[in-house]
Write a protein that binds this ligand. Structure first.
Ligand SMILES: [Zn+2]
Length: 456
């Protein structure tokens, strides 16, 4: 008898579980239909990239982007749209950089771009001999005797054998972030860094760098990969060649700026917040389409789609446009500070900052139980190409929320083309595919829907 009863109970439990699963798969289908047939993210991205344009922290473009996104969220009829004040670094590139390799009578111009945060060269530029290294260990081996008065050329390529290109980036980006500091320790006068891409081309990739304490601030720039190959091969022929570069960048005093937040109030648990976001700032060289205009418009689209479908969230949903991810993270840190100050409970945060490419899944940072629960939704998400759901990166902007125990989700699109355009002049609207962008927005909306419905 006992066995029959437990069997019956088991069956009913199974049925009860099956019901919402069926309803969920129907609703998720509706999310994709709305996003793919009537989506707005692509046209919004066109406006953000073409009408607003580059928007490095502290720039006029960044100011315009704040106004643009707040007005958009008001127009879409979210319950509220508001700004959070943050102070941001204000670095400006100045006149376009110049660089050439001088070997004997030959003078070969190469494309470079100052790294964000770098100091300028003297007004007439710097010309010096070059030492090429692949890493800090090689630099240490050369020591002051081999480096003093020279330009250090960091030329370790991103590892092309990594399937996830973010891993390859992670394995090379120390050169960009800290190269100038290490070079300065040994008396170098400048640092030139091979661009962070596996592609061979003539486009320099900028990005942030940081000076360590106690060493002179020496100018540093990224050189295109073709330029790096050329410099390396010419150095083999003529180790005494010289490299010239001139840049005019400058750090101005911190500037006032904002995160932009749009919100739909929860109907049952309004005090529990689910965030979906991207960063509004971009590098100054281009339109910041994949990085991270895509993540911004996808996040706003998540709220629009759920609203358009008449979905009344249990919890409060927020689309957050973080300011200053690229060179300071003041927006992400500020957002978590405000949350703490206002006693806001953030259940989950989803970030899209890996490009607007074909969705593959989500990385989860949370407890074992939370991971298990979300991985249990795989069947609902797999039909849409979301196969990679498991432990992994959250995101820079939502990272500071981990302090309050928020579960973090990093949207994972296909990574193969991201570093072709990352932080360059070719990260333009035209580089984004409408369907891929929309599929990403729908994937994020499906995850937000499940997080809202079931909690964590
Ligand atoms: Zn980014």
């Amino acid at each position: 008898m006992k066995n029959v009863l437990s069997l019956l109970l088991g069956l009913t439990a199974g049925l009860a579980q099956a019901q919402p699963q069926q309803a969920d798969s129907v609703f998720i289908r509706k999310i994709y239909d709305e996003t793919l047939a009537r989506g707005k993210s692509y046209e919004w991205l066109r406006e953000l990239t073409k009408q607003v344009g580059p928007r490095l922290s502290g720039s006029e473009g960044a100011k315009k982007a704040v106004v643009w996104s707040k007005e958009l969220m008001e127009k879409e009829g979210f319950d509220r749209a508001f700004l959070q004040d943050v102070m941001v670094p204000h670095w400006v590139r100045g006149a376009k950089e110049e660089a050439y390799i001088r070997s004997g009578k030959q003078k070969l111009v190469v494309p470079v771009a100052a790294l964000g945060g770098s100091v300028a060269t003297p007004p007439k530029g710097i010309e010096a001999q070059v030492v090429e290294v692949k890493n800090v260990a090689e630099l240490e081996k050369l020591g002051t005797a081999g480096v003093k008065g020279k330009i250090v050329f960091f030329n370790r390529p991103m590892d092309p054998t990594k399937i996830n290109t973010f891993e390859a980036y992670g394995g090379a980006v120390d050169q960009r972030a800290n190269g100038a500091t290490f070079a300065a320790k040994f008396g170098a006068v400048g640092a030139i860094i091979r661009s962070m891409t596996t592609l061979l081309d003539d486009v320099p990739h900028t990005g942030s760098m940081r000076y360590g304490t106690g060493v002179p601030l020496i100018p540093t720039a990224a050189i295109s990969t073709n330029g790096a190959e050329k410099l390396s091969s010419l150095l083999k022929e003529n180790p005494a060649l010289t490299f010239f570069f001139k840049q005019n960048c400058e750090s101005l005093p911190d500037a006032p700026s904002h995160n932009v937040v749009g919100e739909i109030k929860g109907t049952e648990k309004p005090d529990e917040i689910i965030v979906v976001g991207g960063h509004l700032d971009s590098w100054d060289l281009a339109e910041g389409a994949h990085d991270d205009g895509a993540g911004c418009v996808q996040s706003i689209e998540v709220l629009r789609v759920l609203k358009a479908l008449g979905y009344k969230p249990k919890r409060t949903l927020r689309a957050v446009m973080f300011m200053n991810e690229e060179n300071g993270l003041r927006g992400g840190i500020g957002y978590a500070d405000y949350a703490k100050k206002n006693n806001e409970k953030h259940l989950a945060a989803v970030e899209s900052d890996n490009g607007g490419f074909t969705p593959r899944g989500f990385g989860i940072v949370g407890t074992a139980g939370q991971k298990k629960q979300v991985m249990g939704w795989k069947e609902l998400l797999a039909p849409y190409g979301l196969q990679e759901i498991g432990p992994g990166g959250g995101g820079a902007d939502i990272g500071p929320l981990a302090q309050q125990g928020t579960a973090l989700f990093g949207f994972k699109p296909d990574s193969q083309r991201y570093f072709d355009i990352h932080h360059t002049a070719v990260d333009r609207f035209e580089a984004v595919n409408k369907r891929e962008l929309e599929l990403g927005a729908a994937s994020m909306a499906a995850l937000v829907y499940l997080l809202d419905k079931y909690g964590l």
